[in-house]
Design a protein around this ligand. Structure first.
Ligand code: MF3
Ligand code: CO
Ligand code: CO
Length: 253
């Protein structure tokens, strides 16, 4: 679960690429664009930077993920499969999750943004979700435990009357997309693995306006809220250091 200096240097690069591509795709979001347009653009942005999608062909059970990014609209929580039929509409919220492989290492990050003008209640959901990520990251300090991150996110989210998804969790990330430890967005203080320097953690609150339950659509990937309430998602890959958490998924200066 702990990376050496060389691995950390490569994680920095992979995460910088992931963050750049996420910003590039984000810039294309507007009413009328299809989620497939965004996915193809994401694939091309990755290629231009010498990276590839870690999602494409990613296997869960017997299924292989068929696209280069995950794009989840409104009640879709995560793992939305881009499609030519999904045209973004004014008033939607869209979650973009970009995971790249670069030089043998993986960077993972996500955000939710409005399409055109959105309902103030959706604006608040998106803001609280982003704030909950920042609050979780603050807990990623040496000597704390993973449960301190989980608890901070859950309490903040629930204090606003929203719920955190339980069926999916954050994770360690490195040469593999999903490594130990799991980083749940719910849990108890002072529980779980102790945080040591050199961990690279994908912290990723998924927040529902309604209940926490989810289901998976018949495409085998798209996770939606069970009650069809809207959902938001923010994710950063974070390095733990003696000086405190460092967000790696930021575009290079
Ligand atoms: N990026 C997602 C995560 O945050 C994983 C996507 S896997 C895929 O963990 F196969 F759905 F692309
Ligand atoms: Co992700
Ligand atoms: Co992730």
């Amino acid at each position: 679960m702990v990376k050496n200096q060389q691995q950390i240097a490569r994680m920095r690069e992979a995460c910088a690429v992931a963050a750049t591509v996420l910003q590039q795709v984000k810039a294309l979001v507007r009413p009328g664009v299809t989620t497939q347009d965004l996915d193809e653009a994401g694939r091309d942005f990755m290629a231009a930077l010498g990276a590839r999608s870690a999602d494409y062909g990613y296997q869960i059970g017997s299924r292989r993920y068929p696209a280069h990014t995950c794009i989840s609209v409104n009640e879709e929580v995560v793992h939305g499969v881009p499609s030519l039929r999904r045209v973004l509409q004014d008033g939607d919220i869209v979650s973009l999750d970009v995971t790249v492989a670069y030089n043998g290492f993986i960077g993972d990050n996500a955000l939710t943004i409005p399409v055109g003008a959105i309902d103030p209640r959706l604006e608040k959901l998106v803001r609280v979700t982003e704030e909950s990520l920042a609050i979780g990251i603050k807990q990623a300090t040496i000597g704390n435990r993973i449960g301190d991150i989980s608890h901070a996110i859950q309490s903040y989210v629930e204090s606003h009357g929203y719920s955190v998804v339980r069926d999916l969790v954050g994770h360690g990330v490195g040469e593999q997309m999903h490594e130990p430890p799991e980083v749940p967005n719910f849990g108890r203080r002072n529980s779980g693995p102790v945080i040591k320097p050199g961990m690279t953690l994908a912290i990723e609150p998924m927040v529902n306006m309604g209940g926490y339950r989810t289901k998976t659509l018949s495409d085998g990937w798209t996770v939606v809220t069970a009650d069809n309430s809207p959902s938001a998602h923010f994710e950063h890959t974070v390095l733990t250091t003696e000086q405190g958490p460092e967000v790696l998924t930021v575009p290079p200066q």
